[in-house]
Design a protein around this ligand. Structure first.
Ligand SMILES: Nc1ncnc2c1ncn2[C@@H]1O[C@H](COP(=O)(O)OP(=O)(O)OP(=O)(O)O)[C@@H](O)[C@H]1O
Ligand SMILES: [Mg+2]
Length: 385
């Protein structure tokens, strides 16, 4: 334990705060480092308005890489409001009154999502609440960033909708929401009878934190706020009756994952990986995290599995081979599909016209449609079994 604490301190001392230029330990940007015998790590990061919120992700990833660490929870606090903060300045302003209803002003994007009251006590662990109207809740996750979770999530959602199911998708990546761009929708959702009306694109209902915040607003999120937003997206959005509810997770095994499983029963997780060994190692951690929290992992999707030589039609292994199969085998999980690297997949994501909607006959789309079909089958088997 003490050794782990020291390792964490050493890791934090190796990360420079982008604003102050000091390392996180010397600059006293981090406090309350707590570790458990199971390898759970919790710490408080003091992040001022305007600070780069990606620091949260950097810290989490660096600590997750330490041997023996199972999950990392970063509780973000505003230094101006944090009590007993070593870095606190004498003339810190008093915390603002709790403001429901946002009140960020301007374009009417503020919705009753953010509560700016300072978080004093750590949040109580609530009992997961079932929301039958959501249907089957499926988390799309990975250990590593940038492997194509959002791409897979969006295309799976559209494939399920094309197969006649009622589908919703939610962005749980509050630090870098991808769904507005990828689904090609971005507007302030209406609120009716105190419920947020989700937007709709390609036959799928969509809600994203990206719809609710000003683009230029600095992202200062505290750990408890993640839970609040996730709960609010599940409970306070008028989803209607759905068959499948997909959740696009942020990378890693941090607060959003924990918040989701604490907020509602998750019926299954799909783990996305790329073929490289390092991505597979990270994905393994993702699998373990879900298994530990009792969420059935439905299988593994290997994304960017190969590139098809346009001349010969032969596959070229760009990122190595076999990572998805290796991971699936190691964990006793099915390999749900191998999605090729295809520039049209990326273009689809960048233009809000996912390949499943634009080119359903492409190999990548067909493979993703097969994944969707296998996911529904696995869920049905579990319900029967
Ligand atoms: N099969 C593919 N072929 C080509 N490009 C792809 C493919 N899958 C994903 N991409 C591209 O790779 C990039 C990363 O994908 P994506 O944003 O879906 O990853 P992510 O795991 O959700 O990332 P993050 O961890 O940041 O949320 C995007 O530009 C996306 O368009
Ligand atoms: Mg993403």
């Amino acid at each position: 334990m003490a050794a782990l604490q020291q390792q964490i301190s050493a890791v934090l001392a190796g990360i420079r705060h982008p604003r102050t230029g000091q390392d996180l330990m010397a600059g006293e940007h981090v406090r309350d480092i707590a570790t458990s015998v199971e390898g759970r790590v919790r710490l408080t990061l003091l992040l001022a308005a305007g600070d780069d919120a990606t620091l949260v992700r950097t810290i989490r990833q660096a600590i997750e890489a330490l041997p023996g660490v199972t999950d990392v929870l970063v509780d973000v606090r505003d230094p101006a409001q944090a009590e007993g903060t070593p870095a606190r300045r004498g003339a810190a302003p008093p915390p603002p009154p709790p403001s429901r209803g946002g009140g960020t002003g301007g374009s009417g994007r503020a919705l009753p999502v953010m509560d700016s009251a300072p978080a004093k006590a750590p949040p109580k662990v609530p009992e997961p609440v079932a929301y039958p109207q959501l249907g089957q809740v499926i988390a799309i996750s990975s250990g590593k960033g940038g492997v194509g979770k959002s791409t897979v999530a969006v295309n799976l959602a559209i494939a399920l909708a094309r197969a006649g199911h009622r589908v919703g998708i939610m962005d749980a990546d509050i630090y870098g929401p991808n769904l507005p761009l990828m689904m090609g929708v971005d507007a302030a959702p209406a609120v009716r009878d105190e419920k947020i009306i989700p937007l709709e694109a390609h036959g799928v209902k969509v809600i994203s934190i990206g719809f609710l915040i000003e683009k230029e607003q600095p992202a200062i999120w505290r750990g408890p706020i993640v839970m609040k937003i996730i709960t609010q997206f599940l409970r306070d959005v008028n989803w209607g009756q759905l068959d499948y509810f997909l959740v696009d997770m942020p990378p890693g095994t941090g607060d959003a994952q924990l918040s989701l499983v604490q907020a509602t029963p998750v019926h299954g997780a799909v783990i996305v990986t790329t073929p490289q060994q390092v991505a597979v190692g990270d994905a393994l951690r993702g699998v373990k995290m879900f298994e530990r929290t009792g969420v059935p992992v439905l299988g593994v999707v290997e994304n960017m599995a190969y590139f098809e030589n346009p001349e010969t039609g032969k596959p070229i292994a760009v990122f190595g081979t076999g990572g998805g199969a290796r991971l699936a085998e190691q964990c006793g999980l099915p390999l749900l599909g191998q999605v090729p690297l295809d520039p049209r997949v990326m273009e689809g994501g960048d233009t809000g016209r996912p390949i499943m909607a634009e080119l359903p006959e492409s190999r990548a789309a067909k493979e993703l449609a097969r994944v969707a079909e296998l996911v529904t089958r696995r869920l049905a088997e579990r319900m029967v079994g």
